[in-house]
Design a protein around this ligand. Structure first.
Ligand SMILES: [Zn+2]
Length: 281
């Protein structure tokens, strides 16, 4: 396996490239690009959290304990209901990760357990998406993908280092194939890791998909929101109002009325169809 320095160098370079590409190519702000670069770099160390090799693992825990509360700031403010509870939660989270989690993992784990695996990669990326609470799903995706890339660089590097060039022949070290794996030897660990990856994946879909739509509606200017007609009673597009019976014609569409989204468009079409059926007898 590759050592601490090789891992952090590789993921650091990868992160720099990723951050630059995000900023120059994908239109993210320089700060977002730099943050994504740092997260990619840190994630390159994550799989070795379960190693028992003294200093490096302590540094990784220190880094993770410091970065996690910062990353989760908005989430902690939401949970605590304000800035002060969020600061208190940040300190508690730091202590919990720095001392509690590291002790727990060292008691439980065997190196190259499930942390060096594809499910663990997904868990890290998904947890990042959920922890990094912001209104823009693309920014959350940028950070989560960065963590996934850093994590993947570690697994691939460990695999590369398990191949030994011996003149003309290639020999595989006993550790070959143990870094990039889908399943480990321990079935409870496999079930736990895969289940957690799937659960978090579902949470990402719910949190990133449905919630962001809800939030967009909630963030709408209150005056504008007040003018959103009730879908049960409002009349359809201006110009088509004439087809409505008297129960609808008294509600004039306002000039600021919201453009219907794709789903609502279909709904309106269905209602129009239903009304024309009503008039047909
Ligand atoms: Zn490793």
């Amino acid at each position: 396996m590759a050592d601490y320095r090789t891992h952090i160098t590789t993921s650091g370079i990868l992160g720099t490239g990723y951050g630059l590409a995000a900023t120059l190519g994908a239109g993210f702000t320089p700060v977002q690009g730099m943050l994504a670069a740092v997260l990619t770099g840190v994630a390159g160390m994550l799989p070795d959290l379960d190693s028992d090799s003294g200093r490096p693992v302590r540094e990784v825990f220190g880094l993770l304990a410091a970065v996690a509360p910062l990353l989760m700031h908005n989430r902690l403010v939401a949970w605590g209901g304000g800035t002060e509870p969020a600061i208190l939660l940040s300190v508690l989270l730091y202590i919990a990760i720095r001392y509690g989690l590291s002790t727990l993992l060292q008691l439980l784990s065997v190196h190259r357990g499930m942390y060096h695996s594809i499910p663990a990669l997904f868990i890290a990326a998904e947890a990042t998406y959920l922890a990094y609470l912001t209104d823009a799903p693309s920014v959350r995706g940028l950070m989560a993908l960065g963590v996934g890339l850093g994590f993947a660089s570690h697994l691939i590097l460990d695999e590369i280092y398990s191949v030994r060039w011996n003149g003309a022949t290639i020999q595989l070290k006993p550790s070959a194939g143990s870094a990039v794996k889908l399943l480990g030897k321990s079935w409870p660990a496999n079930i736990f890791a895969s289940g957690l990856a799937l659960t978090l994946g579902y949470a990402v879909l719910v949190d990133g998909g449905l919630n962001s739509v809800d939030r967009k509606h909630a963030d709408r200017n209150p005056r504008e929101q007040a003018q959103i007609p009730n879908p049960k009673t409002h009349s359809a597009e201006p110009g088509t109002g004439s087809i409505h019976s008297t129960t609808h014609s008294d509600r004039k569409p306002t000039p600021h009325s919201r453009r219907p989204t794709i789903g609502e468009d279909e709904e309106i079409d269905l209602r129009r169809a239903a009304r024309s059926d009503d008039r047909s007898y």
